[in-house]
Design a protein around this ligand. Sequence first.
Ligand code: FRU
Length: 545
Amino acid sequence: MKRFIVLPLLTLLAIPSPAAERTIPVKGRYLNIPVSHSAPRVRLMMEADGMDPMPFVVRLTDGKPDYWVFKDLSRLKGKKLTVSGDISEAALGAAYVADTIVGASSLYAEALRPQYHFTTARGWINDPNGLIWHDGEYHLFYQHNPYEREWENMHWGHAVSPDLLHWEELDDALFPDKTGTMFSGSAIIDTDNLAGFNRKGRPAMLAYYTCETGERQIQCMAYSLDNGRTFTKYKANPLIDSKEEWNSRDTRDPKVFRYSDGRYVMVLNERDGHSIFNSSDLRTWERKSHVTGFWECPELFELPVDGDPSNTLWVMYGASGTYMLGHFDGAVFSPVSGKHRYSAGSVYAAQTFNNIPASDGRRIQIGWSRIDHPGMPFHGQMLLPTELSLRTTKDGVRLVSVPVREVESLCMPLGSWQNLSQDEALRTLRQFDNPDGLRIRATIALSHATDAVISLGGARLVDYDMNGNMLNGMPYSPDDPTSMELTVDIFVDRASAEVFVEGGLFSYSFGRERRPGQDSFYIRGNRLTFKNLEISRVEPVWNRI
Ligand code: FRU
């Protein structure tokens, strides 16, 4: 768990200021709020007819802001919004309503804005939540603090996409309430109306989330009848409160899915591992089993081995990306191997989509990339969506992750070369120095059992130490241990890089410093040969929506 989560919210409060209240007629779409990181965090309350009162914490300033954040007021048009708290009248007066956000003209064009990885317009993001396909849309909900580029005020942000690449960011979907903030969880479509929220044949989207109250973490539900645009919280929440059973408040991040016999399964992280619950009405849940060895953000899903549907295994993982393979009967997961690691670096809290149509059949994952975007009004990004599969290797069955095929549509070929010497490869790469979005596919043959390094500016895209069995600082041995080759698929974005090795058997990701004009490629090695080198430009996704 991140250190800052355990800080009780109250310790973050400001030195008391005089209480102030302001009532604002909603005559525009956004409340623009100036934020300064030298201003203290103050706890305010937002209230209006038609919205649940919302407590939130913000570094509101009437001085010089570092940047502006906003609250979308579309749902409150024509109403009156009241904002109150222990803050000066002047600071409260600095926020204002308008039809545009401050910074609209540079939105998505900021110096460090990732070009093809999902980021939020304003604020902090962490875990993907409620990943689901429904009615032609992929939904990406995510942990969002809309009011600061640091972790706080957990909301569920919301974006939709037709293709997993071009995301339209909508208003937040779940807001903090008097009980607490909205921690991670998942979403399903209640096709059989088991929970009873469906209306006029329209199936409800159910969001299962953890409510962090400050003292405990309880499991709750909300339903939406408008494709996730707005949610109503279930009146009889919480569904599960297991603090006493575990003598721990670390009980969170419900992942719900339907098992093949029709029952619903919830995997919930409780203290030292993942518990499995069953439900037949989607409201009451019975704990069936528990698997120790995982922390936060549970996942559990079935995959065919080497594409054979008659031979499947279940994959269970936690937030770090370590996984076990095993068998699952709907109530009990029995591990047969692990824990293995398929991905490393910035990845955390990856989740897979529910409800992907059977005709598609893919297991698609999005992970949070824990990287910073210094000086920007946003922080954190999502990794590329990847397709997961199981492949038999010399060490047994392993999880494989490759970018979804849709990513190809962003890649514009710039050239393809074979059998280049190290110097020729370097000259070729240097033509593409200072990249914004670049994909480099290469098979590098080593002539000595030493190093192969490709770097860009200060960032080591590939740092293979064959002698030490290390790849970018992580233990790595190729599937064929005698191989003198390394095959990499490198995605460079403005502030990050993602590298898929050996067709996705291992991947890693990291933040990189963008140094305009000085981002040059460099290769180190002992007479390396690039058996293959393919370079593509990766198109930005923001200007297409
Ligand atoms: C993982 C996590 C989750 C929690 C969320 C809070 O990054 O700690 O366990 O629900 O973040 O933002």
